[in-house]
Design a binder for this molecule. Structure first.
Ligand SMILES: *Cc1c(COP(=O)(O)O)cnc(C)c1O
Length: 400
C-alpha cells in the first residue's frame, strides 16, 4: 500500500537522536532550545515554544490568549478536530465559518458574519499547506480586536505574500506528527513575536510554574517567619496574603498549566529534520506539479486551485470527484494499493459535536467539498514510479 503521507528519516536523524541518548539531558534541555531557535529563525518569528504535540500547542496558545468560558472562537470545519477542541478545553465555544470553494480555506466574509460581542479569536487553518487569505483575516481581527492563532500544522515552510507562515499573526502553531512537513515522532510548537505571549506559553507548557522573580506574585502585607515557619533571615518578601520567599529552591505556580514539554530526544530529531525542510518542500511541490499536469482538464477530476499570493507547503494533495462516485472511486483506489484518505469530515459532524449543540450547524461549501474530496499520496519519499502508479490508477478509475 502506498500511504497518503509518510515521514522521511535518514542516518543523520538517527545519529542526532542517538547523540542525545548518550548525553546528560533526555527531557527539555539544550536540544529543545536549539530546535526552537531554528524554527523561529526559519519562519521569521522572535520566539518559539516547543511542546509534545500540535494539539498541546493549540491548547497553550488558547490559554496564553486568555481564553475562558463564554469566549467564542471562529474556525473552519475542514480541519482536524484539534483546531476546535482546543477552544473546548478552555470552556470556550468553537464557531464554524464556511470555506472558499476554490482554496478550501476559511472565507473572510464568513468569519465577519459569525462575529459577536463574545468573539475572542480566529483560528485560521492553512489547509493542505496553502495559506489562508491573511490580509483579509488580519484586517478583520484588527477591526474587532481579535486574537489570531494560525493553525499551521500543514504549513511549515509555506509563505503568504513573501512572508513565511509563523511571522504574521499573534501566534502560529505547528505539528511534528510523522505525516507533517517535518517530524519529531509527536511534537508541536507555538511561534510568536510577543514577549508577553512567549512568557505565558512557557508557563502553560510546564504546570504554570515560574522561577523568574519578576513574574512571581508578591505585594501587600508582610508575612512573619512564624506564619510560614521560615525565619525572617531567609528573606521573606511582603505578600498580599500570598506566602512568598526567596532562595535558590523557590518557585511559584501562578497559573494552572500542564506537562506539555518536548524531550531533547524529539528536539534533536526536529533540528536534524529542519535541515531538510526545503528539500522536502521542493519534492512535495514537484509531486503536486506532476499531479496537476496529469489531471488538468479532466472533467471528472477537480485539482486544487492555488492563490497567487500564496506558496503552498503541499502537505496534502486533494482532488474532487463527482459526489455520487466518490465512495466507489475511493474503494477502487484502495484496492489498487493506494492509501487514499479523506481530509476532513467537517468537525461539527462528529458525534461529540452533534451532541453538544452543533446538530444544526451546516456550512454548505464545506459539505459539498466533503462529499467530493479524496487525498492522494504526497510525501518526499514518494518515488516517481509510485506516483506514476497513482496517476495511472486515478485516470483509469475516473474514466467514465
Ligand atoms: C495534525 C494537526 C493538528 C494536531 O497536531 P498533533 O501534533 O497531531 O497533535 C492540528 N491541526 C491540524 C490542521 C492538523 O493537521
Amino acid at each position: 500500500m502506498i500511504p497518503y503521507g509518510h515521514q522521511t528519516i535518514d542516518e543523520k536523524d538517527i545519529q542526532a537522536v542517538v547523540d542525545v541518548l548518550r548525553s546528560d539531558y533526555l527531557t527539555t534541555g539544550p536540544a529543545v532550545e536549539i530546535f526552537e531557535k531554528k524554527v523561529a529563525e526559519y519562519v521569521g518569528a522572535k520566539y518559539a515554544v516547543a511542546v509534545n504535540s500540535g494539539t498541546a500547542a493549540l491548547h497553550i496558545a488558547c490559554l496564553a490568549a486568555g481564553m475562558k468560558e463564554g469566549d467564542e472562537v471562529i474556525t473552519t470545519p475542514i480541519t482536524f478536530a484539534a483546531s476546535a477542541n482546543c477552544v473546548l478545553y478552555c470552556n470556550g465555544t468553537p464557531v464554524f465559518a464556511d470555506i472558499d470553494s476554490r482554496t478550501y480555506n476559511i472565507l473572510p466574509e464568513e468569519i465577519e458574519k459569525k462575529i459577536t460581542p463574545r468573539t475572542k479569536a480566529i483560528v485560521p487553518v492553512h489547509f493542505t499547506g496553502q495559506p489562508c487569505d491573511m490580509d483579509a483575516i488580519s484586517a478583520i481581527a484588527k477591526k474587532h480586536s481579535l486574537i489570531v492563532i494560525e493553525d499551521g500544522a500543514h504549513a511549515l515552510g509555506a509563505s503568504y505574500r513573501g512572508k513565511k507562515i509563523g511571522s504574521i499573526s499573534d501566534m502560529t502553531i505547528f505539528s511534528f506528527h510523522p505525516v507533517k512537513p517535518i517530524t519529531t515522532g509527536e511534537g508541536g510548537m507555538v511561534v510568536t513575536n510577543s514577549e508577553n505571549l512567549y512568557r505565558r506559553l512557557k508557563l502553560f507548557r510546564s504546570h504554570g510554574i515560574t522561577r523568574e522573580e519578576n513574574m512571581m506574585e508578591s505585594s501587600g502585607e508582610i508575612m512573619t517567619g512564624s506564619e510560614n515557619g521560615i525565619g525572617a533571615e531567609d528573606g521573606i518578601k511582603p505578600g498580599n496574603g500570598i506566602r512568598t520567599e526567596s532562595g535558590g529552591w523557590y518557585y511559584q505556580q501562578i497559573e494552572l498549566g500542564f506537562n506539555y514539554r518536548m524531550t531533547d530526544i524529539q528536539a534533536a530529531l526536529g533540528s536534524s529534520q529542519m535541515d531538510k525542510l526545503d528539500t522536502f518542500l521542493n519534492r512535495r511541490r514537484e509531486i503536486a506539479r506532476r499531479y496537476n499536469e496529469a489531471f488538468a482538464g479532466n472533467p471528472n477530476i477537480g485539482i486544487p486551485q492555488q492563490m497567487k499570493s500564496a506558496v503552498s507547503g503541499w502537505h496534502l494533495y486533494v482532488i474532487r470527484v463527482p459526489a455520487d462516485r466518490r465512495k466507489e472511486i475511493f474503494r477502487k483506489l484502495q484496492s489498487a494499493g493506494i492509501g487514499v484518505n479523506v481530509h476532513y469530515i467537517p468537525v461539527y459532524r462528529h458525534p461529540y459535536y452533534q451532541k453538544h449543540e452543533y446538530g444544526k450547524v451546516c456550512c454548505p461549501n464545506a459539505e459539498e467539498l466533503y462529499g467530493q474530496m479524496i487525498s492522494l499520496p504526497i510525501y518526499p519519499g514518494l518515488t516517481d514510479g509510485q506516483q506514476k502508479q497513482v496517476m495511472e490508477a486515478v485516470l483509469k478509475i475516473c474514466d467514465f
